[in-house]
Design a protein around this ligand. Structure first.
Ligand code: SAM
Ligand code: SF4
Length: 382
């Protein structure tokens, strides 16, 4: 049986660029013609990549961004139809789409559900007007609530993104916000700690001294609050920043990444991982929409880069991603690194309480998942 496949489609346009965001994004204004050409190029790219992968079982399609909820739902339907024609859809195929919670986008939810989207990932970010203004969002809390309620009605599955560790945020207020988000009808929550990414407006504000990010102790307290509040609400932390009520509510697409399965990346800047003839390859599409469209026209795929990963590099990536999920990685998949349950580096981390004492799988403990960078660096150090 070949490795199951996910498809990631990157839609790079946004109505406004948020001051914390370093994703591959472009302002939508004035780019209607380019967007139409991009939708066609994405379909052509999928067709070209099908020639590489051969037949596979398709377990997930994820429209990420950027803001895919700004995409004409007819294009969403066309891209989805192409993916299902090219690969064999699993009976429980997950089709996710990231949306921003404005009234205009909520008005398209029915059409997106009709197109085949069965899981919406809504970027609520906060339920407080001052926090949303601070985050530079183009919606207020009331609009966010309306969009979440409309999404809960329109789609079988709903996930909400929230950002925490905002200046002045208390643990009580954050816990209350988490409970309010659940009450809107979500079965999956992705609470992200605000990170200051290089080159963003927030990064410049920090350098100018006009904004001080919360200190690490407060951020760690808020992380603990997240775990405790969500656990009490019946949500399991199946990954560092992902909590689901029950196994069926887990994001299949994210599991494709964390389990080391294959995924096709299409759209500007999209990454892919394809196992071809026993070799794992990393693909990266051209970042700028115009470059991507040109590459697809000239070469079939939109790849700017395609590289074979050594068995060692592939195993290191398995550790990096596998330790993010509660179930970890089977030692059998880490042969290239020589890591087993009795390996001295593993034993040391078990003694420190950062890795579970498990004969079959390399698994981070909840404490270990809080210091993943350190864990992966220690495990990969040859
Ligand atoms: C690629 S964004 C797309 C979502 C959608 N465009 C939106 O903004 O609602 C995915 C998520 O990443 C999170 N995110 C992006 N930048 C972040 C940062 N610097 N710190 C914390 N979370 C961030 C946000 O929660 C966001 O919803
Ligand atoms: S957070 Fe979402 S809306 Fe804001 S710039 Fe990033 S992708 Fe666009």
């Amino acid at each position: 049986m070949t490795v199951p496949l996910g498809v990631y489609v990157h839609w790079p346009y946004c109505a406004r660029i948020c001051p914390y965001c370093d994703f591959n994004v472009f302002k939508a204004k004035g780019r209607d013609a380019e967007a139409a050409a991009l939708a066609r190029a994405i379909v052509a790219d999928l067709e070209a990549q099908r020639a590489l992968t051969g037949p596979r079982e398709l377990v997930s399609v994820f429209f990420g961004g950027g803001t895919p909820s700004l995409m004409d739902p007819a294009w969403t339907a066309e891209i989805l139809e192409a993916a299902q024609r090219l690969w064999t859809p699993a009976a429980d195929l997950e089709v996710s789409l990231e949306a921003n919670p404005t009234d205009a986008e909520a008005g398209r939810f029915a059409a997106l559900a009709e197109a085949g989207v069965n899981r919406l990932s809504l970027g609520l970010q906060a339920l407080d007007d001052a926090a949303l203004r601070f985050l530079g969002r183009n919606h207020d809390a009331a609009e966010g609530r309306r969009a979440a309620e409309a999404a809960a009605r329109a789609f079988p599955r709903l996930s909400l993104d929230l950002i925490y560790a905002l200046p002045g945020q208390t643990a009580d207020a954050w816990s209350e916000e988490l409970r309010a988000a659940i009450a809107l009808g979500a079965e999956h929550l992705s609470p992200y700690q605000l990170t200051i990414e290089q080159g963003t407006a927030f990064d410049r504000a920090v350098r100018r001294g006009t904004f001080t990010p919360p200190d690490e102790d407060l951020a760690a307290d808020l992380y603990e609050t997240t775990q405790a509040t969500l656990e009490a609400q019946g949500f399991q932390a199946y990954e560092v920043s992902n909590h689901a009520r029950g196994e069926a509510a887990r994001s299949r697409h994210n599991l494709v990444y964390w389990k080391g399965w294959d995924y096709v990346g299409a759209g500007p800047g999209a990454h892919g991982r394809l196992t071809l003839g026993g070799v794992r390859e990393a693909t990266t599409a051209a970042d700028r929409p115009a470059d991507y469209i040109r590459r697809v026209a000239e070469r079939g795929t939109g790849f700017a880069d395609r590289e074979a990963l050594s068995p060692m590099a592939a195993a290191e990536e398995r550790v990096l991603l596998g330790l993010r999920i509660a179930e970890g990685v089977p030692f059998a998949e880490l042969a290239a690194l020589g890591l087993g349950p009795a390996h001295p580096r593993v034993r040391r981390l078990v003694e420190l309480g950062l890795v579970a004492d498990d004969p079959f799988r390399l698994r981070a403990t909840p404490a270990g998942r809080q210091v993943l960078d350190r864990l992966t660096a220690e495990l990969a150090a040859g």
